[in-house]
Design a protein around this ligand. Structure first.
Ligand SMILES: [Mn+2]
Length: 331
């Protein structure tokens, strides 16, 4: 990892205009990483632009300078791209708009912790054991003795809180606690993170989560499954991003093998999210079977299609019914 840190610093030293890219449907880790880099690189005298193909949801707007984030740019105006938390270049969605963006004309630093990362950068700082991309960034800053101020600390903490489910997931290691302590002593504000990211749920989201929770069941294989359709989003007046987070709530059924939430959008795509609490289940492997990826305990996929409900009906003969089952009187 240390050679990578040196290599990345060399690329940064050589560059003046740096484009910082977060992945599509951005979460607190990709945004926290980009915001932290933005502050640190500006302090080093670099010109930076933060970019994301999708608008960050409201609960991330407390992150430092996030409102300066743009959607479009001319990548040729930059001499370095830094992509944070994207398991593959297509996760940025910018390969659609700018097909040759990752062709190597402009060097790319790829900082990430997804097991599925395909090392699309010229310099790949990938550690699949890291709890979040901001953990890797923290190490990078520490390695180069970069001063971390309160805003940078809050941004880095936001990534950790996002990817550890507020320090509740099994990736909450000793290192994570130590980094959190360090970042708190640098002035990082955990209350801002919990208030904005975890305790800010609009009624539309609560209603949508209600649909997801009431659709939940355990199937024959001991898997907790639930679905949410585009009609649910419409009925609840909820945006597609409002479903994020509920899968972790579903993943709390005792004894469940893993959790699967299927989520259908208006444009004919079905997203599957997997979570598990078990050490002997690898949901990244499962997601890969559907062309997706992720981490051992949290993964997902997207495929074109629609959700169809399968109904099973059967007649239970009267003599097999429990005595207290009241049968309707016929005639
Ligand atoms: Mn992440």
């Amino acid at each position: 990892m240390e050679e990578k840190f040196i290599e990345a610093k060399r690329l940064i030293d050589k560059a003046q205009r740096i484009l910082l890219i977060s992945h599509k449907s951005p979460d607190g880790d990709t945004l926290g990483a980009t915001c932290a880099l933005n502050i640190v690189l500006r302090n080093m005298g670099k010109d930076t632009t933060m970019a994301c193909a999708d608008e960050p949801s409201e609960r991330f707007l407390f992150l430092p300078h996030i409102r300066r984030m743009v959607r479009d740019f001319d990548f040729r105006e930059y001499d370095l791209l830094i992509v944070s938390d994207a398991g593959a270049s297509y996760m940025t969605k910018y390969h659609e708009k700018y097909p040759d963006i990752f062709d190597g004309d402009v060097p790319v630093i790829n900082i990430d912790h997804h097991a599925s990362n395909d090392n699309f950068g010229n310099c790949n700082i990938v550690d699949i054991a890291a709890a979040s991309t901001t953990v890797i960034l923290y190490r990078f800053f520490a390695f180069h003795d970069v001063r971390v101020g309160p805003d940078t600390a809050t941004a880095l903490l936001a990534g950790i809180y996002n990817d550890t489910g507020s320090l509740m997931h099994s990736n909450t290691s000793l290192e994570v606690f130590e980094i959190c302590a360090q970042l708190t002593s640098c002035g990082g504000k955990v209350t801002q993170i919990t208030k904005n990211m975890f305790r800010a749920t609009p009624v539309s989201t609560l209603k949508l989560w209600g649909r997801v929770l009431s659709n939940a069941r355990i199937n024959d294989e001991g898997v907790t499954v639930s679905v949410v359709t585009w009609k649910d989003f419409e009925d609840c007046n909820a945006g597609s991003e409002e479903v994020s987070g509920v899968v972790d709530l579903l993943n709390s059924v005792p004894g469940s093998k893993y959790t699967c939430l299927l989520n259908e959008d208006r444009n004919g795509k079905v997203k599957g999210s997997f979570r598990t609490q078990r050490d002997d289940v690898d949901v990244a492997e499962l997601a890969a079977q559907f062309g997706g990826g992720g981490h051992k305990k949290a993964a997902g996929f997207t495929m074109p299609g629609r959700i169809h409900q399968e109904l099973h009906w059967k007649i239970v003969p009267a003599q097999e019914l429990p005595d207290n089952t009241a049968l309707p009187k016929l005639g």
